[in-house]
Write a protein that binds this ligand. Sequence first.
Ligand code: CAA
Length: 260
Amino acid sequence: MELKNIILEKSEHLAIVTINRPKALNALNSETLKDLDVVLDDLEKDNNIYCVILTGSGEKAFVAGADISEMKDLSEEEGRNFGLLGNKVFRRLEKLDKPVIAAISGFALGGGCELAMACDIRIASEKAKFAQPEAGLGITPGFGGTQRLPRLVGEGKAKELIYTCATIKADEALSIGLVNKVVPLESLMDEAKAMASLIMANAPIAVKLCKDAINRGMQVDIDKAVEIEAGDFGKCFATEDQKEGMTAFMERRAKNFSNK
Ligand code: CAA
């Protein structure tokens, strides 16, 4: 696997994915999006990985957006294709069968905010800043911002942020539900790893099915959604980890999950 702008590290059951274009504040060009696609191929197949942390290299930026120098001269068709590429990769990330925690040190702008929103959980440093500045560049958000931001923070706040291009700090992002937690910059990765450890202590297949039920259930009406939940709930009973989790509880002993 040859990656140009992303670093993939694995340690036991945790994968850390770092967007690594520090000279451009980790801006997403098509090369980086294709790297992310390759990383997702790997993570999808790797049953030994239970949780993923996605971050940006350096302290200044998580990701400062899609690459403006690459977008500047695009035609309508090329613009559409660039949007489709970003959306395809982000949707794949969103549907990855492992939870993904975004660890956001600094700027999460445009495509960077959109990338964070395609993750399951967002932890921001006190220095992080968020915006959808696209309208100020003459475009709409193109990697899911018009869709995921209203789903996360509500339609009115999303419209305000997208129409005004306002930049908000981490504490406001927390107050509107855009991020889960704000921590000091120096402890960002430790906090992300601590949350990953809490997740990885649970049955991996159950966690994966929780993600599936939430993601699919949020897209349909509540009657269909509870059917999706029942299906995933049922699947758990075909796993060894369900037997182990409940037996360990009954026997008052520590559980020992096997991801089976
Ligand atoms: N695309 C390409 N290059 C970028 C970039 C981006 N989104 N963001 C930063 N860079 C580059 C700069 O061009 C600069 O490169 P050079 O050193 O070669 O000149 C380098 O990163 C450092 O940036 P600055 O000198 O601008 O750093 P700063 O501290 O003065 O400002 C900043 C930091 C406020 C984040 C500023 O860089 C900025 O506003 N960046 C653009 C943010 C933005 O508008 N993002 C949205 C892009 S559109 C989008 O994402 C569409 C979509 O939805 C798919």
